[in-house]
Design a protein around this ligand. Structure first.
Ligand code: DMJ
Length: 942
């Protein structure tokens, strides 16, 4: 941030507590000058190479934006596999994800300020004209208030901010007369009815045309919202108020924030993931820095930066202290319970938390930022992208990756803070992976499964709003950008708001350090920018020295349990409770411990064992709590094992012209035939079998001989189809769903079961595709006749697949990669029938189902129950993992002492840790809450 505001009406936020305001605002930016000579570590990157990478980012943006404009606009988003627009109502519903789509050309609006950052001023001018001409904000559509705020209101305000900047410069946008701001104001008023609750927390959804109340609105019955949903409004709403002078927006956003602050859990100073908008009760009491909460924290700090109001900083600091005390377990960030913050609530992390190191840079707390970022980078190196969720021992928990920008964002901020060229290399890897694995002829496709490299027909607008900005800025020099980026703050969607808003239209009095809040003392400054300014020039290898001990943290990770459970018991001097992973149903000592904890064992007829916990049968309240933790672990372990037992999906990669391996479809495996995870992939041209259902001897063996046969699902067993095509000489088979419109986007993949008999005679690989994915192949045959595919467990590198004759056609450069040459013609069918209930005969789809509860306990004894299959009874689910970690020795975090929590022990008499006794009915109530929360978390999707 420079002090030159530039131009009439521009000012600079008057520091409340100089130099703190400046420091906080510029923590990420004040260290730009930290680039210096690097005696060791990552070699400096030449200006030439940085420019080359910057140009590559520009070319990639053109590919994404150009395809959206050509094939999707005015639709909200591009579907890059089928090369058309995603129009809500015309595609099978994807649930909440679709609430971002309001038929308001979302991607165009979200891309506006990216165009200016990337120096595409002419395109920006055209885009603004299109928004003004085409976008309607009055559609009868129910949208997410949060998404509409950050993407659309933020996009319009970011566009306005840069439009007036350009106008001021005197060359572009001379015709501009605040039209984007007027649209933003119109949208702001449309969102306001959502705040009509007694709490002031907004409803999660609103109908753009009818609001909330009217019957036509089809929304307004919700009771809950996520904390981030209610707490991520202040930047956009305050900017709107200050740009227009209409104070109501800022007032509403402040009121929602005030309410959340009041509702924080007072002993831990943490907030839960979901809150009841009417009562203010926490609905989900787990707390982390990722999904559901993330940008609430971000906006507290940034609201201070933008608005200069101390109260936001003090709230942020209070929460930050709690985060570092409970959630931060470097390099991990793990969710905990708000009322029992020493108890981890999960054994996995989500990808959204990757923004946090960037926020820590803004806060000035560089060390943990470097640590977490390094851990995340190693996960990325393992899977090419950050999976939506991964376990604390770095296995994939949820394999999707919708091209999220958070990691690029943190990389940018860390580079700005440290000047360490290592972060440029990280950015280079991100660019390479995007081009290698996500780039398709018609844009960039989200990863359906990072393990197989398969795609999803989805390119979210945030990819253009954020990813390209952060990547471009990472490699850019000051002179590469036509304005001073340091005069602006990034919203959570990376939209730019000018810092001069701080002193404009300040009609709401600032809350500047009154007696209501604790005075800042010197310790608050320990973690701020000036420290790092002093630090880095003195020790340019500082960042590297923090990364070094973590260099094997992912590859050589130790198995971890629920980390803090055992530590609590150590602290109380009690014998560590039995860990679920160590439990053996045949060990009498274990059975004795179980009994003490009130857990009894029931042997089910089918050989499985059921564990039931009876609170009152525990030897003491402490044993009962141990029992609870044991049962929680067991439930989690059991679900983890079920996941592991399911065969991971496979990939069908189209390798012939014009796809060249760039389109990868998610396929279901078969429980018979060649196992592609153990054998080399199968490559061949495809041919439809006759009869198409493959249920009798083929009448066209000459057509399928030596090829991969396509067969339609239904009318006979999968194994029968496989035998028929194998007899005709096929080298593999793809079964395509007969349920028109089905897609792996909306239906869970499954394994094709055998026929209950011996299937050893089936030697060829068989894969299953839902109808939408299958039609991509069928359309390709219609278009190109000869279509070659690769059946494998994981998409192969396109460079390996390359046919030398085709090499020249494959280069993804702006000149020779005419983006849409083929894909726009590929798809003709659109799926209108989301009814997946009509799936084919159940006998076809036995999928290693999770163990069904048998002999369920009566409600009275159902405090907690878990089933274990026979194979699990003696198994250690972690035995496959290498037992070494930091520095080569296995250092299980379980064994590392933790700082005791003064807060919980001293200030909350109802929470019993250690030896304190707790009445049994309060434990029971607590348990029920825990179990409920736990079950909700298990079901949770981000
Ligand atoms: C973006 O829309 C925003 O960054 C939001 O705060 C959460 N994450 C998505 C992209 O992943």
């Amino acid at each position: 941030m420079s002090e030159a505001g530039g131009g009439p009406g521009w000012g600079f936020p008057v520091p409340q507590r100089a130099p703190w305001s400046l420091v906080a605002a510029t923590a990420a930016l004040c260290l730009v000058s930290a680039t210096s000579v690097w005696p060791a570590g990552a070699a400096p990157m030449s200006r030439e190479e940085r420019q080359k990478l910057g140009n590559q980012v520009l070319e990639m943006f053109d590919h994404a934006y150009g395809n959206y404009m050509e094939h999707a606009y005015p639709a909200d988003e591009l579907m890059p596999l089928t090369c058309r627009g995603r129009v809500r109502g015309q595609e099978p519903s994807r649930g909440d994800v679709d609430d971002a789509l309001g038929k308001f050309s979302l991607t165009l609006i979200d891309s506006l300020d990216t165009l200016v950052v990337l120096n595409k001023t002419k395109e920006f001018e055209d885009a603004v004209r299109k928004v003004l001409r085409d976008v309607n904000l009055d559609n009868d559509v129910v949208v997410s208030v949060f998404e509409t705020n950050i993407r659309v209101l933020g996009g319009l305000l970011g566009g306005h901010s840069l439009a007036i900047m350009l106008k001021e410069k005197g060359e572009y946008m001379q015709w501009y007369n605040d039209e984007l701001l007027q649209m933003a104001k119109q949208l702001g008023y449309k969102l306001l009815p959502a705040f009509n609750t007694t709490s002031g927390l907004p409803y999660p959804r609103i109908n753009l045309k009818f609001g909330i109340r009217k019957p036509e609105a089809r929304t307004g019955t919700e009771t809950d919202t996520c904390t981030a949903c209610a707490g991520t409004l202040i930047l956009e709403f305050a900017a709107l108020s200050r740009f227009t002078g209409a104070t109501i927006f800022e007032e509403y956003a402040r009121k929602a924030l005030d309410f959340l602050w009041e509702k924080r859990q007072r002993s831990s100073n943490l907030v839960g993931v979901t809150i009841n908008i009417h009562t203010g009760d926490w609905v989900r009491k787990d707390s982390g820095v990722g999904a559901g909460i993330d940008s609430y924290y971000e906006y507290l700090l940034k609201a201070y930066v933008l608005l200069g109001d101390d109260s936001f900083l003090e709230r942020f600091n209070t929460h930050y202290d709690a985060i570092m005390r409970y959630i931060s377990q470097p390099p991990l960030l793990l969710d905990v319970h708000i009322h029992k913050p020493m108890l981890n609530a999960r054994t996995w992390m989500d990808a959204l938390l990757a923004f946090f190191p960037g926020l820590q840079v803004l806060k000035g707390d560089i060390r943990p930022a470097i640590e977490t970022h390094e851990m995340l980078y190693q996960v990325i190196k393992k899977h090419n992208f950050l999976p939506e969720a991964f376990t604390i021992d770095f296995r994939v928990h949820w394999a999707q990756h919708p091209l999220r920008p958070e990691f690029a964002e943190s990389t940018y901020f860390l580079y700005k803070a440290t000047g360490d060229p290592y972060y440029l290399e990280v950015g280079k890897t991100l660019i390479e992976n995007l081009n290698k694995y996500a780039r398709v002829p018609c844009g960039f496709a989200a990863m359906k499964d990072v393990r197989t490299g398969s795609h999803e027909d989805r390119m979210d607008s945030f990819f253009l709003a954020e990813m390209f900005k952060y990547l471009y800025l990472l490699f850019a020099d000051k002179e590469d950008i036509i304005f001073d980026i340091e005069d602006y703050i990034f919203t959570t969607e990376a939209h730019l708001l000018p810092l001069w808003l701080s002193t404009t239209n300040q009609s709401i009095p600032k809350k500047n350090t009154t007696s209501e809040y604790t005075e800042l003392d010197d310790s608050n400054f320990d973690w701020t920018c000036p420290n790092t300014q002093i630090l880095f020039p003195n020790d340019p290898l500082y960042a590297q020295s923090i990364r070094e001990p973590l260099k094997n943290v992912v590859d050589k990770s130790c198995p971890r349990g629920i980390i803090r459970v055992r530590e609590e018991s150590f602290r109380s001097g009690a014998k560590p409770p039995l860990r679920a992973r160590d439990f053996m149903a045949t060990n009498p000592e274990h059975l004795e411990i179980l009994k003490k904890m009130g857990v009894s064992l029931i042997h089910l007829k089918d050989g499985r064992v059921q564990l039931v916990q009876h609170a009152i049968q525990a030897a003491s309240s402490i044993d009962a709590e141990d029992g609870l933790r044991f049962m929680q672990e067991m439930i989690e372990l059991s679900s983890q094992q079920q996941k592991e037992q399911q065969l991971p999906p496979r990939a069908v990669q189209i390798v012939s012209h014009p796809f060249f391996g760039r389109v990868v479809l998610t396929a279901g495996p078969a429980q018979f035939g060649l196992d592609l995870s153990k054998h080399k992939e199968t490559r061949g041209f495809v041919a439809s079998s006759k009869p198409y259902n493959g249920c009798s001897e083929l009448t066209n063996p000459e057509a399928v001989m030596g090829k991969i046969a396509l067969i339609q699902r239904g009318q006979c067993m999968f194994a029968e189809k496989a035998r028929n095509i194998q007899n005709a000489g096929a080298i593999g088979g793809i079964v395509i769903d007969d349920n028109e419109g089905s897609s792996s986007d909306t239906a869970p993949l499954f394994q094709m079961a055998g026929d209950g008999k011996d299937t050893d005679d089936i030697k060829i690989p068989m894969l299953f595709l839902f109808s939408k994915e299958g039609s991509i192949i069928l359309d390709a045959i219609r278009e190109y006749e000869d279509v070659e595919v690769l059946l494998s467990d994981k998409a192969k590198d396109r460079a390996i697949l390359k046919d030398p004759e085709m090499e020249s056609e494959e280069q993804p450069s702006s000149e020779n990669d005419p983006p849409n040459q083929s894909a726009e013609q590929i798809i003709t069918s659109s799926s209108q029938d989301p009814d997946l209930a009509e799936q084919a005969a159940p006998e076809e789809r036995a999928l290693s189902p999770p163990p069904e509860p048998a002999g369920a306990p009566s409600p009275a004894e159902m405090d907690n129950a878990a089933n274990i299959s026979p194979s699990e009874q003696n198994s250690d689910p972690t035995e496959n993992h290498e037992s070494t970690s930091l520095g080569g020795e296995c250092t299980d975090l379980d064994d590392q002492p933790q700082e005791p929590s003064e807060t919980e022990e001293d200030s909350n008499p109802n929470v019993s840790w250690g030896q304190k006794a707790q009445p049994i009915d309060s434990i029971l109530a607590d348990w029920n809450e825990d179990i409920e929360a736990f079950e909700m978390m298990e079901k949770d999707e981000l």
